[in-house]
Design a protein around this ligand. Structure first.
Ligand code: FES
Length: 149
């Protein structure tokens, strides 16, 4: 893991945009921001681990815990008008997850995103790389049950 984190850091040469870009790439690579990564990034950028953590925790899309599956519910305008907020609420209640959080059992992470290219079938969500449209809260929960095993 350490070698991969260092490769990610070296890809970013613009110092100002560096930290957020590195954190995004680390989350893309590992699915979350590992504790070890915070220390390595801090050392390489000559800032404190607290500064890295503060920046990462400011943004709800960074996670510090690994999840088996990532749910991305679209709350773009088209999906919002068709009831995406009810779907988000149902998922939060069913799995006890906050936006940007991970369920207690580590099964699901929840992200609220803007437009996932399924405006032809709103409201829509992605579970990992699988896309689902024309959702109701009940249908969304049925789909997620299929990911519980
Ligand atoms: S606004 Fe939801 S998929 Fe486009």
């Amino acid at each position: 893991m350490e070698e991969r984190i260092r490769e990610i850091i070296l890809k970013h040469s613009d110092r100002d945009a560096k930290l957020l870009g590195i954190l995004h790439d680390i989350q893309d690579e590992f699915g979350y921001i590992p504790r070890e990564a915070i220390d390595i990034v801090a050392e390489w950028l000559s800032i404190s681990p607290g500064e890295v953590y503060d920046t990462a925790s400011f943004y709800s899309f960074f996670r510090f815990k690994k999840a088996k599956h990532v749910i991305r519910v679209c709350n773009g305008i088209v999906c919002n008008l068709k009831g995406s907020e009810e779907i988000i609420r149902a998922i939060k209640e069913r799995y006890g997850i906050k936006e940007g959080g991970v369920s207690e059992d580590g099964l699901f992470a929840l992200e609220i995103v803007e437009c996932i290219g399924r405006c032809d079938g709103p409201p829509a969500m992605l579970v990992d790389d699988d896309s689902y449209g024309n959702l109701t809260p009940q249908r969304a929960l049925e789909i997620l049950r299929g990911y519980e095993e």
